[in-house]
Design a protein around this ligand. Structure first.
Ligand code: MCN
Ligand code: CUN
Length: 792
């Protein structure tokens, strides 16, 4: 008997080529915009050119008069259907189409449906809107000033621009620890607004069939089931008559989690017209109006002991939420999982306060590889860790080594209540230092300094919580955060797997099949994976927060095990022995006392349809809903070496070393792809992505001349290393990885540049570290803030 070779069949650990790429690289993907339905009309959105203004009048008569225009929809008309406003995922409300005021530049004011997209655009241009401009607010300081104009005057009882307050930790204990400190390190910084800007913009095709009453929506959603629930609740349509289909998605990065007015308008227009209505957002619409990321102000302190131990931490965070609080995050956490900050360090006590401010900017708040604001948390953590080491005069690697949670402390309870599951933090750090040649670099750096060259090294170490939920703690609008998988094995042993997750480029079609292979011994090539259609997929919460592997991936294991349990009964029947005498090895059951007598999983599948024992239900299919016991906690160590040109402020990246521990890797090549992509984004955020606002609330960076996307030309090479600490509570020991490098990476780049400036007294330059900012810091010896408004 030759054993099935797991790597050979594309099982766990195989660097199997991505099966979805066969269509993607041939230009044969099936994206929302590729779908054409018979009789389909096209919708365009008219957006506000100003950031804050009262709408005095909207004249749509010229638009109606254009031949080919079928519908001009205004907020007033939407209001008649009770749809001028919609609830957000954070228990706020958001305007679908503005009625009273516009509250950010790019806000949806009206939309036009026409026979083709160009006529629809002409229709938008023909609409005349009279605005009475109001002062614009572009940062929390302005928003929270006593005389600030009220942005959300639509909300009853709202008297200021505060949208939430949140607090966690032990204030009294933290104050006591600070009183005992030998030294206190303080750091203030702004993590700027950034935008996920996936290649594919958002879009939808709504098709309401008046004959059947069924609404089908093809759309760019990372979470189709949440959308279906939201449509059912908001539009009061019966849920079984709503079908949401997310076809191929050209990058999501969190941009495609929220519910956008464009989606809602296309649905409303389709219902009003009884025809399919397509909306495809353009690039500037995407950049100025859909879910942004970050825009967060930190002011925090670490209490330090002379020997380098951190005694306590505290910080305050102000978030700039834009005009509507539309963050997608677990309901009870107003600022996501920001309190996962410092989880990799053994710090006894801490206290965090946070406050959200409404401003005249697009809403969003949670997107772009963030795992619910973990990206900001880890950035602040690693920036202040670097500052603290400098304040103590201690080597930053040694400072981390002293404070990192030790391997024997797991499971480790953080001061804010998280339970980190496992890890080998020091090993990762040492591997990274070794790989980059840390000791030698320190010598090179001193020598270079003597010759007038500025070299710097930046380190970033972090663990982050990936995989919401469990259902006890995590829900969105009351829907618990578990996930699901359904597996059907056909008579010949081929199979179809569906999950409640939704890939946007992460490669689920490849990796989920590998989990089935690992559990059942069916070759991965024999398993087709399908996601994103609410009529066929089991209910799930979708893909974000790198939750797919921790939750849906676990469900894939569990459903495969249910299939195996039934196949064992079939095997016993085929082998004519009792079930207890049947043993399993990958792909095959055999008789314990006669290992040569066996049947394959494929033979069991055939028996499920053609030769089942009396009393056993035919068929070989099942589903599993998985409610994880905990989040998964991957760890990463990123190291960056830069050279800063003091004459111009330009900095070049000389080396990047990454050590990632995401537990067991299902597909090492895909994991490396995720890390490479994340580091590229981290580099771009730290170096070039500039999205800000002027004093009038104009969005600077709403185009790809200002907001730069990194290409292979600018992006440095990355050296990747791995450590594997299996997740103790995941069925195959995997942890999430999809966001790690984007979360932990930016601080490594910034720390490196500031290390190169360590003799100047500069403690902070806000991202992006554009050459003029670095040059200003060098020439003035002062910190450089990036907070808007900017001069134009
Ligand atoms: N994987 C693995 N072994 C592990 C962990 C993950 O082989 N131990 C594989 C998974 O099977 C999956 C991929 O790596 O194919 C990412 O898995 P996971 O960490 O579970 O993350 P998700 O699938 O939930 O993806 C979400 C995450 C998020 S939140 C953003 S934002 C982001 C990211 O993924 N958006 C992306 N990476 C992206 N990559 C692409 N190409 N496009 C996006 O929009
Ligand atoms: Cu926050 S970006 Mo990803 O979690 O979809």
């Amino acid at each position: 008997m030759t054993r099935v070779d797991e790597i050979g069949i594309g099982g766990l650990g195989a660097s199997r080529r991505r099966v979805e790429d066969a269509r993607f690289i041939r230009g044969c993907g099936n994206y929302t915009d590729d779908i054409k339905l018979p009789g389909m009309l096209h919708m365009e959105v008219l957006r506000s050119p100003v950031a804050h203004a009262r709408i005095k009048s909207i004249d749509t008569s010229a638009a109606w008069a254009i031949p080919g225009v079928r519908l001009v929809l205004t907020g007033e008309m939407a209001a008649q259907r009770n749809l001028a406003w919609m609830p957000t995922l954070s228990y706020d409300t958001q305007a679908v189409l503005a009625t009273d005021k516009v509250r950010f530049q790019g806000q949806e004011v009206a939309c036009v449906v026409a026979d083709d997209p160009y006529t629809a655009k002409d229709g938008c241009e023909a609409i005349v809107v009279e605005y009475e401009q109001l002062p614009a607010i572009v940062n929390p300081t302005q928003a929270l000033a006593p005389d600030a104009p009220l942005i959300r005057d639509d909300k009853e009882g709202q008297t200021d621009n505060v949208c939430y307050r949140w607090e966690v930790g032990d204030k009294a204990g933290t104050d006591r620890a600070f009183a005992r400190a030998d030294k206190v390190t303080r750091l203030k910084l702004h993590y700027p607004r950034s935008h996920p800007s996936p290649i594919e913009c958002c879009g939808s095709i709504a098709n309401y069939d008046p004959a059947t009453g069924k609404l089908t929506v093809y759309m760019t959603s990372q979470a189709p089931h949440i959308i279906r629930a939201a449509v059912a609740l908001v539009a009061e349509l019966p849920e079984h008559l709503i079908r949401i289909v997310s076809p191929d998605i050209g990058g999501g990065f969190g941009n495609k989690v929220p519910v956008y007015p464009g989606y809602v308008c296309s649905i409303l227009c389709s219902i009003l017209l009884g025809k399919p209505v397509k909306w495809t957002e353009d690039k500037s619409g995407n950049l100025i109006s859909t879910g942004f990321a970050r825009d967060m102000y930190f002011d925090g302190e670490l209490a330090l002991r002379e020997d380098g131990r951190i005694l306590a931490l505290r910080f305050h965070a102000d978030t700039d939420q834009g005009a509507f609080f539309s963050d997608a995050q677990p309901s009870k956490f107003k600022i996501g999982l920001v309190h996962s900050a410092f989880a990799c360090y053994d710090i006894p006590v801490g206290h965090i306060t946070a406050r959200g401010a409404y401003t005249n900017k697009a809403p969003g708040g949670v997107a772009y590889r963030c795992s619910f604001r973990v990206t900001e948390a880890m950035f602040f953590q690693e920036r202040i860790i670097a500052a603290a080491a400098a304040d103590l005069g201690m080597d930053p690697a040694e400072f981390r080594r002293v404070n990192l949670v030790r391997d024997d402390q797991f499971p480790y309870r953080t001061p804010f209540g998280f339970l980190t599951d496992s890890g080998q933090y020091r090993r990762c750090l040492d591997l990274g230092l070794d790989a980059i040649g840390y000791e030698d670099f320190l010598k090179d750096k001193e020598e270079a300094r003597l010759r007038g060259r500025r070299l710097g090294i930046g380190i970033s170490t972090m663990t982050e919580p990936l995989g919401a939920g469990n259902s006890r703690e995590y829900d969105i609008l009351g829907i618990k955060m578990f996930d699901s998988a359904e597996l059907r094995v056909h008579p010949t042993g081929k199979a179809i797997l569906r999950t409640g997750a939704k890939s946007q480029g992460q490669g689920h079609e490849t990796t989920w099949a590998q989990i089935v292979s690992h559990e059942l011994g069916i070759p991965a090539a024999d398993v087709v994976v399908e996601e994103g259609d609410t009529d066929t997929a089991p209910f799930g919460m979708g893909t974000y927060a790198s939750r797919s592997t921790p939750v849906a991936g676990a469900a894939v294991s569990m459903v495969s095990r249910k299939i195996r349990a039934k196949a064992r009964k079939l095997a016993a029947h085929l082998l004519e022995v009792s079930e207890e005498d049947v043993e399993w090895e990958l792909g095959r059951f055999f008789v314990r006392s006669a290992p040569n007598r066996g049947v394959t999983i494929q033979e069991c599948a055939m028996a499920a349809y053609g030769n089942m024992p009396d009393g056993l239900e035919p068929g070989l299919e099942n589903n599993a809903y998985y409610d994880p016991p905990n989040l998964t906690w991957p760890f990463a160590c990123y190291l960056v070496i830069v050279e800063v040109d003091p004459e111009t402020g330009v900095w070049d990246v000389l080396r990047v070393v990454a050590v990632d521990d995401c537990g067991v890797r299902i597909n090492p090549m895909i994991v490396e792809g995720q890390i490479t992509g994340g580091l590229t984004e981290a580099y771009a955020m730290s170096n070039m992505q500039f999205m800000t606002f002027d004093a009038e609330g104009n969005c600077v960076g709403s185009n790809y001349l200002d907001y730069l996307l990194p290409t292979a030309w600018e992006t440095p090479g990355f050296e990747l290393h791995e450590v594997v600490t299996p997740c103790p509570h995941h069925p195959i020991g995997a942890k999430g990885v999809g966001e790690c490098a984007a979360v932990g990476g930016p601080a490594a780049f910034v720390n490196a540049v500031l290390d190169a400036l360590s003799d100047t007294g500069v403690r902070n330059i806000d991202m992006p570290l554009l050459p003029d900012r670095v040059w200003e810091a060098i020439t003035t010896g002062r910190d450089v803030s990036g907070a808007p408004p900017v001069k134009t």
